[in-house]
Design a protein around this ligand. Structure first.
Ligand code: SAM
Length: 280
């Protein structure tokens, strides 16, 4: 194989997609190029790709003027394929065979993360990264459309929830484009969406050291998204109604009606409260 392509790599080496690893491959070069272009310039950047599989996205990243690409692959057979191909790329490519859920991104200091994520672990992986999201400049990630809709959701929509607030607290979240199931091999049962995350700078994120508490507060209130929020803030505020009023909300407000910036203000109130001090 002189000229590498994802379809060529697939046909030559494995010719098999494994459901258990969420393998829905992208062979169309135009689509893979479009995904990588969402990240902007990769000049001199350290990039991580989760799950190279047959390498459609991998090859497009390697065409760029990057510093280094780390591919993290859990399927031993695909990891072996990339170890075989690695000498073609010298120092530019490093293959890491492991479960991305056990991989510490910090260990390779990436500037960018680009991936057509395995759907079975996509939200778990995002939640693993969110506490330290600011360590990376940009993430370009493919999700099933329903998860992508939740990530970008605005208040007063049925998709708006804990994950929307957590993601939009940490980053500017934007939809790049949708892909039909037919773009993948084998086609998944759902549509997919590429999302771009541009994390905010550490200094500008209120409560950055308190991810778990903010996440817990949001879990409490969104469990009953259509009920009065004040009933579910008792773990965080001695007088929830008063606190809500102080940020401009009626005591009858529901979880889905509070904007991301107001959840941040609410949380800031908590951080300065006696309850927070008592816990720390
Ligand atoms: N990047 C390829 C593409 O777009 O055609 C493959 C994408 S496929 C949706 C997901 C990839 O992630 C597969 O290569 C799969 O083996 C790999 N994978 C699945 N679970 C993983 C995990 N826990 N950690 C790392 N890689 C994983």
């Amino acid at each position: 194989m002189d000229e590498l392509s994802a379809k060529g790599i697939y046909d030559t080496f494995l010719n098999k997609a494994d459901k258990k690893f969420g393998q829905n491959f992208l062979f169309d070069e135009k689509i893979n190029r479009k995904i990588v272009s969402v990240a902007g310039t990769l000049d001199g950047k350290n990039v991580v790709e989760i799950g190279p599989g047959p390498g459609g996205i991998t090859l497009e990243i390697l065409k760029q003027n990057i510093k280094k690409l780390y591919v993290v692959e859990f399927d031993a057979r695909w990891a072996q394929v990339w170890r075989t191909l690695q000498p073609r790329f010298n120092e530019k490519l490093e293959v890491i065979e492991c479960d991305a859920l056990n991989f510490d991104l910090k260990s390779v200091s990436p500037d960018m993360v680009i991936s057509n994520l395995p759907y079975n672990i996509s939200t778990e992986l995002l939640q693993k990264w969110l506490p330290e999201f600011h360590l990376c400049e940009r993430y370009v990630l493919m999700f099933q459309k329903e998860v992508a809709d939740r990530l970008c959701a605005a208040p007063r929509t049925k998709e708006y929830g804990r994950l929307s607030v957590l993601a939009q607290w940490k980053a500017k979240v934007s939809k790049a484009f949708d892909l039909d199931a037919g773009s993948f091999f084998p086609p998944p049962k759902v549509k997919s969406t590429v999302i771009k995350f541009e994390p905010f700078k550490k200094e500008s994120i209120v409560g950055i050291e308190h991810y778990d508490e903010f996440s817990a507060l949001l879990s409490d209130v969104f469990v009953h998204r259509r009920k009065m929020v004040s009933k579910f803030l008792k773990n965080f505020f001695a007088e929830p109604e008063k606190t809500l009023l102080s940020i401009g909300y009626d005591c009858k407000v529901r979880a889905e009606e509070i904007s991301v910036s107001d959840y941040i203000r609410l949380f800031e109130n908590y951080l300065f409260s006696d309850k927070a001090k008592a816990k720390s």
